[in-house]
Write a protein of this length. Sequence first.
Lengths: 233, 260
Amino acid sequence: MSEPILEVSGVAKTFVLHLRDGARLPVVSGAGFELFAGECVALGGPSGAGKSSLLKMVYGNYRVDQGAILVRDGDETVDVAHAGPRRLIRLRETAMGYVSQFLRVIPRVSALDVVAEPLIHDGVDRDEALAKARALLARLNLPERLWSLPPATFSGGEQQRVNIARGLIAHRPLLLMDEPTASLDAANRAVVIGLIEEKKRAGVAILGIFHDAEVREAVCDRIIDVTEFAKAA
Amino acid sequence: MTATEQPLLVAEGLSKNYGARIGCRDVSLEVYPGEVLAVVGESGSGKSTLLSLLSTELAPTSGRVSYRLRDGALTDLASLGAAERRLLMRTDWGFVRQNPAEGLRMAVSAGGNVGERLMAVGWRHYGNIREEALDWLGRVEIAGDRIDDDPRAFSGGMRQRLQIARNLVTRPRLVFMDEPTGGLDVSVQARLLDLIRGLVTDLGLAVIIVTHDLAVARLLSHRMVVMRQGRVIETGITDQVLDDPREPYTQLLVSSVLAV
């Protein structure tokens, strides 16, 4: 087997709440796993087990107290747990994408521009990026009359589809997904399943939280039980 | 961003005392081309003093600020003469102030405010200057027929947009912003933020923005430094500092806002 895209080892994290007299909230300890190109792996376990926190640590959104999170970036390997902020920003631009649970709405920016932005940032021609964004939004059944509007007033399901389109439009070898189908109906869940399968065929490694059993069974190759890491913490 | 890129501005050990009172204590930071760095902290934390030190408006008690001039040499700004520093300020830098009246010439027309910076970099042809000014008024969403009005007749949001046009017309590489959305209505703020965000991306500007508004920092900046009592107490990628603040003071700042 080839080298992993993502290698997590000995990762530990505890939140220290200074405003609550320094209360300590252990999240995970001794977390370790590998992820290879073309596979989709689910983080499993009940709410509060630390699935989202682990995903956010891989993306560098939450800091890591101990251990290493190695992400392959072309010929290099970057340790997210220790990389400087500028290296981490560059890693996000080239090596990993993140589909969060909720869309962070930017005032006055249209859904189409929100979706096309990662491609434009990659240097793709604006017209080509917008054409791809239109195709993706159409596939996700987002009504065309919404494309030119800022998503602030969209429903939860509509925002989530914009978020998915933005997260999937550009190629990143590692894709992190936090409940991408939580607010979607059956038809749109099926579209997302298809999109994830295409990413896997393109060699993308996917790590995600999939509460929906139907989606999980359709796309995931294995499940990592986060409860084991939470027990140790 | 590439691995080999060099910082545009470097501050090393900057301190400033106002008599016995401390404005800034041992601040070191770097700003790279095309990146937005937010300096956050509450009133009196030293963030505005830091901005004045970085832009050489204030001389530090100790420490230094270096800037990569267009010839590629990282140069200690204290080694430049006053005239050279002024030229830098007028051409390669911009400074957007919270109060537009301090950043604009209030008795000069909108077109004149924008054109003046062009003349400072050697533009002489009246028609070209007017055309460029008109273009920039359009980019900041000010109607062309307001070009001969002076900013006293403008609303707060328009004045701020005019100030941005005046600063960006010479295509600076580095722009300092001091609470650019402070004191504006929320709807006006949103429009201004979106405008700044677009221009910063399109022009590849490096920006050092001082704000007490964490939502502004979240929207505009790549990296963030948190200041308290004149010191930098926490730094990192903006979303990391806001979503997983480590220092007690940063946790207090983040938990004190309704939603960012």
